[in-house]
Write a protein that binds this ligand. Structure first.
Ligand SMILES: C[S@@+](CC[C@H](N)C(=O)[O-])C[C@H]1O[C@@H](n2cnc3c(N)ncnc32)[C@H](O)[C@@H]1O
Length: 230
């Protein structure tokens, strides 16, 4: 049974504090991270952009974006030990901070860097939110995306085999570790994003290195006049 949104958020925080505490090198999203990097290289070749990665985890995408000149911001509920792993805070100067990106700790959308973004990435964060929080979450993304901006978001692929998923209720699945997720198809995610004011540019399958299905990567832009909720 799904608990209340407040209790659920506390569970989510405990879960990730433990995960990153036990294994800071956990990279279970490596396949989708690589797929997103390819899309970013394609769309933002010259690096002149502002980007936010919601639920940035270890910060791999933030560091990649910063390395090609993008002004990159990461938001996560857990300050990951890898954010500043190679240089101690004491010697971190302004230049190093720009190369590594800027990190913000807290729950999106309560915590959000100021300004608008050309690119907002959500690699595995949105779909773990409590279903009652999703509409406001997507609305906050829509409000922060520039009119010409793009939103990349991943959900689990319905065709993937996840032993960690115990039940799928369609618009949300329950995982054995108490998290919710979206285990879906293009037919499921497209209307969710459309109702939230986005236009779907593409939905593509991301596979694990052995070829097994893993997740769906959606690229979305803003509808001219957005309205509605989930
Ligand atoms: C499945 S992990 C993905 C991490 C990273 N994006 C990656 O691909 O490796 C989800 C991440 O979202 C963070 N998170 C969950 N809910 C969040 C929220 N509302 N705001 C910010 N971060 C959140 C978690 O701490 C975790 O790092």
């Amino acid at each position: 049974m799904l608990e209340s949104a407040d209790k659920y958020d506390k569970h989510l925080l405990r879960y990730y504090v433990k995960l990153y505490g036990d294994d800071p090198d956990d990279r279970r999203n490596a396949a989708s991270t690589s797929a997103i990097i390819e899309r970013i290289k394609h769309r933002f070749r010259d690096g002149s952009a502002r980007a936010m990665d919601i639920g940035c985890g270890a910060g791999d995408l933030v560091r990649f974006m910063a390395s090609i000149g993008i002004e990159a911001h990461g938001v996560d509920i857990v300050p990951h030990p890898h954010w500043f792993s190679t240089v101690s805070e004491a010697v971190l100067n302004e230049e190093a901070r720009i190369e590594r990106g800027t990190y913000h700790v807290g729950f999106f959308p309560q915590v959000v860097p100021s300004g608008e973004f050309d690119l907002i990435v959500d690699n595995g964060c949105f779909h773990h939110q409590h279903p009652s929080a999703r509409a406001h979450y997507l609305d906050s993304i829509r409000q922060r995306l520039k009119p010409t901006g793009v939103f990349f978001v991943t959900i689990f692929d319905l065709d993937a085999k996840f032993e960690s998923v115990s039940e799928n209720h369609g618009d949300y699945a329950m995982m054995r570790d108490g998290r919710t997720a979206i285990l879906g198809s293009p037919e499921l995610i497209a209307p969710v994003l459309k109702r939230a004011g986005f236009m779907i540019e593409s939905v593509s399958k991301v596979r694990r290195p052995n070829g097994d299905p893993f997740c769906l990567l959606t690229e979305a832009t803003l509808q001219a006049a957005a309205s509605g909720s989930l």
